[in-house]
Design a protein around this ligand. Structure first.
Ligand code: FES
Ligand code: MG
Length: 573
């Protein structure tokens, strides 16, 4: 008979003598019967609940559903909190804390008697942070995405989270909405528990984990308040116990092919540009080689199938009724590695082969896509030696090849101060350049890349201009916006050397971003350049600035790349 491998939790609970007493006795104040410690799988339920993260506000109840499933399958559920990152309230940007939350997740899992992990994720950064942390431990892990809010509905209008916000300024200016109207719209845009229901970063992340194989099939699109989400949580609780018995670790699911699948699916759904940073960081933790160019090479030829805001018309609730991500995966099957194993132990191909589309206005077919090519283009040139990113499907066709004079803003503050100055020398052909928006510079690489156009040009009817920065863009935004320029300006990338009036050439078809200034002139400017002062010498922010990698490496901290596995640390007494 094959000998059953003892689980790591038994290094705590299976002990005799003094240490066994210590490890069990205090836990028993919660009333656990003796047999909970008999060697059954201990399942850590990693909860990103917080009232400061409204998108995950329903997770206390949600965790109870998972526990039910774990108990039904004979496991021992233990729920624990980790740092919760709410996109809306955290300043200067939740992104700066993604890596910190990943450390919290990683260390909490490893330090405790946990054999398998359930990650409850929702708001943008709560998914990549916990997945990165869990990946560095590499236990069997399943993700339960918390689900999007119901469709926003304001009077006779369907409104999408985020995407509606970008229209407010204009509509207030033209007196379309009064303050009272906006107050009413506030709650109409957030009608239920759940995360942003556009194809912003949160929905993108939910689809990312499903396409990677880290969830049960169909998990991503189920609205937070739909009963089927509760069922999903319970079934995921049951399944993780089996995954522990099968030793189905993250590394068995997160192979190079799984990452390639995720890139294909992200293109098909028109996912957020933030996907690039997070997927690169997760791959880094897993030790899977992944480069910026992979996103272009694998993703840019993929047709856009999903008609969701901001690229399209509908919202996540409609996506769910239309069949959800399994339909997209099935449509894209010719581009995918269908034999990749997923959390339920079956291949992604098996899981999705019978998926049926219920509404072709929402999910298009590969034969008749919404757009023939979606995906993300990676640019190179002297202005971005380590790459830059543009989402052509969110851009204006006419601007994808463009030459214009730079109007430079040295910081976000400088931009806000001058953008609506009637004397600002700028026209529709100008290229707006923002410095200081990168990981080290801001710090934290916030979503400031989709700079609003100057008022005077909007009034002339200008709707889009080329904008370039080392920052990010909200997944709910759009425009001809070049993002993630690396190296960033704060480390002396060429972006820091751009001056007003310099010509910049953007040529997306040829993947080129060029600053038309001679090498000699650039060398002179570089020699005269001085780095910006560090905003602080203490605390996490200082650690972050000292160790964060550039955008082309996913902006992870250099010492967090890779993993340390699930070794059992020394006894504590
Ligand atoms: Fe949390 Fe958009 S603010 S998902
Ligand atoms: Mg966001």
């Amino acid at each position: 008979m094959e000998e059953k491998k003892q689980l790591r939790s038994q290094e705590w609970f299976g002990r005799g003598g003094k240490m066994g007493f210590i490890y069990r006795s205090w836990l028993r104040n919660q009333g656990y019967p003796n047999d909970y410690f008999d060697g059954r799988p201990v399942i850590g339920i990693c909860n990103t609940w917080s009232e400061l993260t409204p998108c995950n506000g329903h997770f206390r109840d949600f965790a109870e559903q998972v526990k039910k499933g774990v108990l039904e399958a004979g496991g021992f559920p233990v729920e624990f909190p980790v740092m919760s990152l709410g996109e809306i309230l955290i300043r200067p940007t939740a992104m700066i804390y993604r890596n910190l939350a990943s450390m919290d997740t990683e260390e909490t899992i490893r330090a405790n008697p946990i054999d398998g992990v359930v990650l409850l994720t929702g708001c943008d950064k709560t998914t990549p942070s916990t997945v990165m942390g869990a990946a560095s431990v590499d236990l069997p892990t399943i993700v339960v995405p918390g689900g999007p809010m119901l469709n926003g509905r304001f009077r006779d209008e369907t409104i999408g989270s985020g995407t509606f916000v970008w229209r407010i300024k204009e509509n207030v200016h033209h007196k379309v909405y009064s303050d009272l109207d906006l107050q009413e719209a506030e709650i109409c845009s957030s009608r239920s528990a759940g995360h942003c229901m556009t194809m912003g970063t949160a929905s993108t992340m939910a689809c990312m984990v499903e396409s990677l194989g880290l969830t049960l099939p169909g998990a991503a699109a189920i609205p937070a308040v739909d009963s089927r989400k509760r069922t999903l949580a319970q079934l995921s609780g049951r399944r993780i116990v089996e995954m522990v018995k099968e030793d189905l670790r993250m590394s068995k699911i997160l192979t190079r092919e799984a990452f390639e699948n995720s890139i294909v699916v992200n293109a098909g759904i028109g996912g957020s540009t933030n996907f690039i940073l997070h997927l690169l960081a997760i791959a880094g933790r897993m030790g899977v080689p992944l480069e910026l160019e992979d996103f272009d090479r694998i993703g840019s030829r993929i047709p856009l199938l999903l008609n969701l805001m901001p690229s399209g018309k509908y919202l996540m609730e409609d996506f769910f009724y239309s069949g959800g991500l399994p339909v997209i995966i099935n449509e894209l099957k010719e581009y995918l590695h269908l034999d990749r194993i997923t959390a339920n132990g079956k291949s992604i191909g098996e899981n999705t082969a019978k998926a049926v589309c219920h509404d072709r206005k929402v999910i298009y077919s590969v034969d008749q896509p919404l757009k023939p090519e979606a995906g993300i283009a990676i640019l190179r040139g002297n202005l971005c030696e380590q790459g830059a990113v543009i989402k052509p499907s969110a851009a204006t066709e006419d601007l994808l090849v463009h030459r214009g004079r730079a109007v430079v803003f040295t910081s976000v503050e400088d931009y806000h101060e001058r953008i609506d100055d009637p004397d600002l020398e700028i026209d529709a052909n100008s290229v707006m350049v923002l410095q200081g928006g990168g990981p080290k510079g801001y710090p934290g690489m916030p979503e400031v890349g989709n700079l609003e156009l100057p008022r005077k040009l909007i009034e002339e009817g200008v709707t889009d201009m080329v904008r370039i920065s080392d920052g990010r863009m909200s997944g709910t935004a759009f425009g001809t916006v070049v993002l993630h320029v690396a190296p960033e300006s704060a480390v002396g990338g060429t972006l820091a050397l751009v001056q007003n009036g310099d010509y910049i050439e953007l040529d997306v078809a040829n993947r080129k971003l060029h600053l038309d200034v001679s090498d000699e002139e650039l060398a002179q400017r570089r020699a005269a350049w001085t780095p910006p002062e560090k905003p602080t010498e203490r605390g996490y922010v200082s650690l972050y600035i000292n160790h964060v990698q550039q955008a082309d490496r996913g902006a992870d901290l250099d010492f967090l790349v890779g993993g340390s596995g699930d070794y059992v640390p020394k006894d504590n007494h």
